[in-house]
Design a protein around this ligand. Structure first.
Ligand code: NAI
Length: 469
């Protein structure tokens, strides 16, 4: 085998791609990993999940110190914001993590190449680096090129006033007025960050609910909490365009609601209406890799594309655009290519929005189960009746368990509340092993913890919650 020939070549070093490369190397495949970015980790680590979580954490601390500390008996001096220092802290988190991933990948003997890859055949790729073009061959190729923000035709990105999450993670000053288009994960998370840091934030959403996709009671509870925090939510509102504002740096978002024209002046407009698979420039057509009607790489149930030697994973294929889904797919494909049985359980992929309170769900929502005509029993427990929630001032929200009426098997769980992102893991584990509401209810939970709310919701499925009526 020549030095530029591998068992596996992975295009894209996000959570899907780098995890696939590590798993393949663990299983003895010679592996190369290509990414055009200088650092590994893709969108998630560099300009997505990780920097947004750092800013959510820091902005929450700022907001608490500024607005709640005094009423909790904590005396502070004058509280101020040094945004550039906060951004540096966020950048430090990212740098540390991407360096760590780089170290893991190189210690596994994976060849990392910084460059842009284009398929030149079913088992070959041309990589353009700053030194020129190089052809690399591999028995198998995994496409893990990820996704990019969707642009709204009436609101084209200009990188300055009309921006995507890429820019909204690094504003150099707090916008006086921020208009967010889209009340999904990105819009609500970044809307929360800038609102906590002092922006007047309006979120404009096409659908009648924020965080649509979760159950209505979850959405309503979240909307109430966000409005209390000062975010303005304009639901059922359709964006029609924008016009220039008072000065070069301002714009006025134009929208329509119930036949009425609305205008929202803004220093920045963050468009967060979804992401689309990034397939341009990969040479898919030339080698015969086909796309589906939504522009995603078409794969079979083994994530194999229309070309036998090429697999695809993560945001570029069907399914939720979530880092952990991509990771599992990367692991499954690497294992299959090494002769093992790789598998992803798509029924049990948790979904989280990291607002305060957080929302998290897994499996079927209550409304999905009802739409399917499934006979269900639902158990719900409010955090206001949970000791730890009371002790830590986080009584907003509830846990809800949706179980099959006959078998008691858990079909889904929805949580609105602090640390819902962590609490959902227990529901995922029960569901992965086919657990019932009774299993959840009989599992011993440490007291006092928020996780007891989940146990109580499990008990409530059979109407025997101890701490609620
Ligand atoms: P999203 O799909 O979560 O939400 C987009 C929202 O925009 C929806 O509520 C939709 O109804 C609304 N919308 C669409 N067109 C609109 C229009 N013309 N006017 C007003 N509203 C409109 O997409 P988002 O937030 O951009 O996130 C992109 C992807 O990244 C998603 O798949 C998301 O799951 C993922 N992501 C996940 C995170 C997490 O796990 N916490 C964090 C950030 C992103």
């Amino acid at each position: 085998m020549s030095s530029n020939s591998y068992d596996l070549l992975v295009i894209g070093a996000g959570p899907g791609g780098y995890v696939a490369a590590i798993r393949a190397a663990q299983l003895g495949l010679t592996t190369a990993l290509i990414d055009k970015r200088k650092t590994l980790g893709g969108t998630c680590l560099n300009i997505g999940c990780i920097p947004s979580k750092a800013l959510l954490h820091l902005s929450e601390q700022y907001h608490f110190t500024n607005h709640e500390a005094a009423s909790a008996g904590i005396k502070t001096g004058k509280v101020g914001l040094d945004l550039s220092k906060m951004m540096k802290r966020k950048d430090l988190v990212v740098t540390g993590l991407v360096k760590g991933v780089g170290m893991l990948v190189s210690k596994r003997g994976i060849t990392c190449i910084q460059g842009t890859a284009r398929l030149s055949g079913p088992t070959s790729v041309i990589v353009t680096t700053d030194k020129g073009n190089e052809e690399i061959n591999a028995t198998h190729i995994i496409l893990a090129a990820g996704s990019v923000p969707v642009e709204l035709p009436p609101l084209p990105f200009d990188g300055e006033t009309i921006v995507s999450s890429d820019e909204a993670l690094s504003f150099d000053r707090v916008p006086e007025k921020l208009v967010v288009v889209g009340a999904g994960a990105i819009g609500l998370e970044l809307g929360s960050v800038w609102s906590r840091l002092g922006s007047d934030v309006t979120v404009v959403e096409l659908l009648p609910r924020a965080a649509a996709g979760f159950d209505d009671d979850v959405c309503k509870g979240l909307e109430r909490a966000l409005r209390r925090q000062g975010l303005k939510l304009e639901l059922s509102t359709r964006v029609t365009g924008y016009k220039k504002g008072a000065n070069r740096r301002q714009a006025i978002l134009q929208a329509e609601k119930d036949g009425k024209r609305l205008e929202f002046p803004a220093d920045k407009i963050l468009v967060a209406v979804g992401r689309r698979p990034f397939t341009e420039g990969l040479g898919l057509e030339e080698v015969g890799v086909t796309l589906d009607e939504a522009g995603r790489v078409r794969t079979d149930e083994h994530l194999q594309t229309s070309v036998k030697s090429i697999h695809a994973i993560g945001d570029i294929v069907a399914g939720p655009m979530l880092a952990h889904k991509g990771e599992e797919e990367g692991t499954a494909v690497a294992e299959a290519l090494a002769g093992h049985a790789g598998h992803v359980n798509y029924d049990v992929i948790p979904n989280v929005i990291y607002t305060e309170p957080e929302v998290a769900g897994v499996g079927l929502t209550e409304s999905q189960a009802r739409e399917r005509g499934q006979a269900i029993s639902v158990g719900k427990f409010p955090l206001a009746a949970n000791g730890r929630a009371l002790a830590t001032g986080s009584t907003d929200g509830f846990a809800k368990v949706i179980a099959d009426k006959d078998s008691d098997r858990i079909l889904g769980v929805q949580i609105l509340g602090r640390n819902a992102s962590e609490l959902i893991a227990e529901a995922v584990a029960h569901m992965e092993y086919g657990g019932s509401a009774e299993d959840l209810a009989r599992t011993v939970h440490a007291h006092p913890t928020l996780s007891e709310a989940l146990k109580e919701a499990g008990l409530a499925v059979s109407k025997r919650s101890i701490h609620s009526l």
